[in-house]
Each structure stands twice: as structure tokens, then as C-alpha cells.
Design a protein around this ligand. Structure first.
Ligand code: BEZ
Ligand code: FE
Length: 250
């Protein structure tokens, strides 16, 4: 059965690729090398990674065209459903993780607090990997769920994320491509967040840290000034204070 949307998008993609082949006068040698490369990405299970690296933020930007709240930002490949709820205001962390308090206040477009928002937070552990994606770390560490209170606030003691290479295989197909493009493959440290409440547009976003390493050379091109936060400190513990604005559902 013909699907009009698939026809529209796929035919445009094919036309765009054909335009590039013509514009760049691609040879058969290059054409076959590109085929071999795409197969390598699949075999290395890096297809999701490449897709997120090049296109995820573009879809976020499209989503923002009719939103006014907090900027939508790449989810990336490491979100997991079913994170544990915070216990006594704490996330489960392990080993040599440095503590960091994550606080948020959630408002609607009119500045009213939004209570009962389900919030997912996840971030890289001190090894620069994500729990559930490494044999060493069960999936309930370094990711947590919290709910906003009547004032739209939440607070959870987690840990300081770390910058990490987006490819575990430095010389895998994605790593090689980043190198050939003259870029670098380390993402600056960040905290991933998802916000969900009926009546509001679901929001997936990230927070970045001012002055952090690699802030201005993100391989995913997803760092925006309005998502970069200055860390505060109370009682010797760094605090990430987030202000989140949710759009109503359309
Ligand atoms: C991340 O932020 O976790 C991420 C995003 C895109 C590609 C790889 C990782
Ligand atoms: Fe990440």
C-alpha cells in the first residue's frame, strides 16, 4: 500500500543524494567505498549512533519551531525506560563519583509552577559510559526518576557527569569518519533530562556546564547557550540549578 508521507520524504532524500553525486562528480570507486562504509557501520552496530550524531538535533530544532519553552535537545542513544525513583532524594551512584545536586523548577509559559511532572535524569558515570550499556554497571545506576512538587520543584543528589567519547571503538567506522572530517569525538559533560506530564508537550533536553572542556567542539553540534549553566556550590557540593519551561500540548 502506498504511503504518501514515506513517498514524500524518501523521494526527497533520494533526489538530494543524487544531487550530491552529480555536484561532487562521484566516481565508481568512491560509490563502492561509500557502500562498504555503510555496511561497516551496520556490522559495528553504530547505525543508531551515526543517525543521532548527524540528525537528532535537526529534528529537535524542527520540534522547536512551534514551541516557546525550554529547547528540545538530543536524546542520544543511552536513555532507558524504567529508571528507579529517587530514594531519600538520592540517585544510585557508585565508586569514585563526585556528588552533584540537581535541582529544577518547572514552569508553564505563563510562569506558573507545574507540579507532578515525571522527570527522568541520566548522565555518564566516572568511566564515561552509561549504566545498562556496560557489563560493569547495572542499569539502575546514574539514572533516576523524580516528580516535581506543588511548587514545580525537584531535587536529587546525583553525581558529576564526565565528558566521554561517543564511540567506544576509537577506530571504528564512526570514529574514523569523525577523524576524516577533521573533528573530534568527545562530548562535553552533560545531564540528560526528560519531562512528562499530561497536557504538556513532552520535553527531552540536556544541560551543559559553562567553562567545561569540549563545550565549543561538540561532535553532535547540540550545545546551545540557553542550555549552558553556571554551577553553584552549597556546603562544598556543586549544584546544577535548572529552570525548565514546558509548552502546552497542541
Ligand atoms: C549523548 O548525548 O548521549 C549522545 C548524543 C548523540 C550521539 C551520541 C551520544
Ligand atoms: Fe550523553
Amino acid at each position: 500500500m502506498t504511503n504518501e508521507r514515506v513517498c514524500a520524504v524518501v523521494n526527497d532524500v533520494l533526489d538530494a543524494v543524487r544531487d550530491v553525486l552529480r555536484k561532487q562528480q562521484v566516481t565508481f570507486e568512491e560509490y563502492r567505498a561509500a557502500f562498504k562504509y555503510v555496511i561497516e557501520i551496520g556490522e559495528a552496530h553504530e547505525l543508531g549512533l551515526v543517525q543521532d550524531m548527524f540528525f537528532n538535533q535537526t529534528v529537535c530544532d524542527i520540534e522547536m519551531q512551534d514551541r516557546q519553552g525550554t529547547r528540545s535537545n538530543v536524546e542520544g542513544p543511552y536513555f532507558l525506560e524504567g529508571a528507579p525513583w529517587a530514594v531519600d532524594g538520592k540517585a544510585k551512584v557508585k565508586g569514585d563519583a563526585d556528588p552533584m545536586l540537581i535541582r529544577g523548577v518547572i514552569e508553564d509559559l505563563q510562569g506558573n509552577p507545574v507540579p507532578d511532572v515525571e522527570v527522568d535524569l541520566w548522565w555518564a558515570n566516572p568511566d564515561g559510559t552509561y549504566s545498562g550499556y556496560t557489563d560493569e554497571l547495572p542499569k539502575d545506576y546514574f539514572r533516576v526518576k523524580v516528580k516535581s512538587d506543588v511548587q514545580g520543584r525537584y531535587s536529587v543528589l546525583g553525581s558529576m557527569p564526565i565528558e566521554y567519547p561517543i564511540t567506544t571503538e576509537r577506530h571504528g567506522p564512526t570514529g574514523n569518519l569523525i577523524e576524516m572530517l577533521g573533528g573530534q569525538g568527545i562530548r562535553t559533560k552533560h545531564v540528560h533530562q526528560k519531562y512528562h506530564k499530561e497536557g504538556y508537550a513532552p520535553l527531552t533536553t540536556q544541560a551543559y556546564f559553562s567553562g567545561a572542556a569540549y563545550l565549543n567542539e561538540d561532535p553532535v553540534k547540540a550545545v546551545f547557550d540557553d542550555l549552558v549553566y553556571n554551577l553553584k556550590e552549597e556546603d562544598g557540593i556543586p549544584i546544577l540549578d535548572l529552570k525548565i519551561v514546558l509548552d502546552p500540548v497542541k
